[in-house]
Design a protein around this ligand. Structure first.
Ligand SMILES: *Cc1c(COP(=O)(O)O)cnc(C)c1O
Length: 368
């Protein structure tokens, strides 16, 4: 059996360092904020090439609080991809604002920058691209549009820790980047965690107040804030893992290369990597018109796969009140029916990669 992702392996590789980090926090008696969180924030900001990192409780809160820090509220519109994890949309809705979906580029799966301008209205406040599957979105045209129309740019980096756009790591291309440290992400905690990186001192300052009950000084509350803090245990764990992130991303790249080499010329549509992109392969996603049969054949062959994502946000019950038609966003709809994520992770042996390849080539062949 080849699992889609092995979440025990990272602990086994770093057991001693992680056990020490956990023991350090437990024996310190300091369980909210403090040194570990401050240190992780400093180290992650440096890693991302950003002036500030602010830890929060999870990726959804990172998106939501970053939008709040940008003053997004009722009546505002935020441009989002039509094909993303629903968190990107929910963060906008939690502000009382409206997510305005824009279709992806059919090859890169990231928001099609050429379609964004038509979606801008006098109510638009923020453009929210997602670096989907670990591949950077095309930031320069998005930033140019934002400058032209006086908009903010918040990036959803939940799947792209360490990815580079035109040679520079993600972290401060737009006004802010929201990160998730959910266990399965490229930089994953042993529980929930999140952060926002930014070069804007005002956004960083607002986030620090928002995440802590709207308070800077204990029992003095400036605004109606939230409780959304990064746990020091998770911060200590993340500090250990951050030191290994580049090496782990390199191992993902090797698996992606194996897939790319083995599947070129097959009937599968493979990920397209633009010349300026250095993706970190959070997911390796192939596309096939008979996706469900292919997934079943792989399951039968003992290969674990997942679908990211089976239902696009506009067709979720959660957004039924908007009344979107299924064909309102045909590309997002088609992706939901045709994409398949192959096993991928830094601890996946290359022998398993080869087994995935042969099972895949057998199945695709049998399908013709
Ligand atoms: C994981 C993810 C999130 C949400 O992160 P959580 O930590 O689970 O709240 C947001 N956006 C995208 C694209 C994600 O993949």
């Amino acid at each position: 059996m080849i699992p889609f992702l092995d979440l025990k392996a990272p602990y086994l590789e770093l057991k001693q360092e992680l056990d020490e980090a956990i023991a350090r926090v437990v024996s310190s008696g300091w369980f909210i904020g403090g040194e570990e969180v401050d240190q992780f924030e400093a180290e992650y900001a440096t890693y991302c090439g950003a002036a500030h990192a602010v830890g929060v409780a999870n990726g959804l809160d990172a998106l939501h609080l970053a939008l709040r820090a940008m003053d997004v509220g009722p009546g505002d519109e935020v441009i989002v991809p039509s094909n993303t994890y629903i968190a990107t949309w929910l963060a906008v809705s939690q502000c009382g604002a409206t997510p305005v979906p824009v279709e992806p580029d059919a090859r890169s799966y990231n928001i099609a920058s050429a379609l964004i301008e038509a979606a801008i209205t006098p109510r638009t406040k923020v453009i929210l691209p997602v670096h989907l599957y670990g591949q950077p979105a095309d930031m320069d045209p998005i930033l140019a549009l934002a400058r032209k129309h006086g908009l903010r740019v918040l990036e959803d980096g939940a799947q792209a820790h360490g990815a580079r756009y035109k040679g520079r790591r993600l972290g401060a291309h737009g006004d802010a980047v929201a990160w998730s440290f959910y266990p399965g992400k490229n930089l994953g905690a042993m529980g929930d965690g999140g952060a926002v990186t930014t070069n804007d001192p005002q956004i960083a300052d607002r986030l620090r107040v928002l995440r802590n009950y709207g308070s800077r000084v204990k029992y003095v509350n400036e605004i109606q804030g939230y409780n959304s803090r990064l746990d020091p245990l998770q911060a200590a764990i993340l500090r250990v893992k951050l030191a290994h992130l580049d090496a782990w991303n390199a191992r993902r790249r090797a698996i992606a290369q194996l897939y790319q080499d083995g599947l070129t010329g097959s009937k599968l549509t493979l990920p397209h990597v633009p010349a300026w992109a250095e993706p970190v392969w959070h997911l390796y996603v192939v596309q096939h018109p008979k996706r469900d049969a292919l997934q079943q054949a792989l399951t039968d062959a003992g290969v674990g796969t997942l679908i990211h994502y089976p239902i696009p946000p506009h067709l979720q019950q959660a957004y039924a009140q908007v009344g979107w038609r299924a064909d309102a966003f045909p590309l997002a709809h088609r992706m939901a029916n045709e994409v398949l994520s192959l096993p991928m992770g830094p601890h996946m042996p290359t022998t398993q990669g080869s087994q995935v390849l042969s099972a895949l080539l057998r199945s695709v062949g049998a399908d013709d």
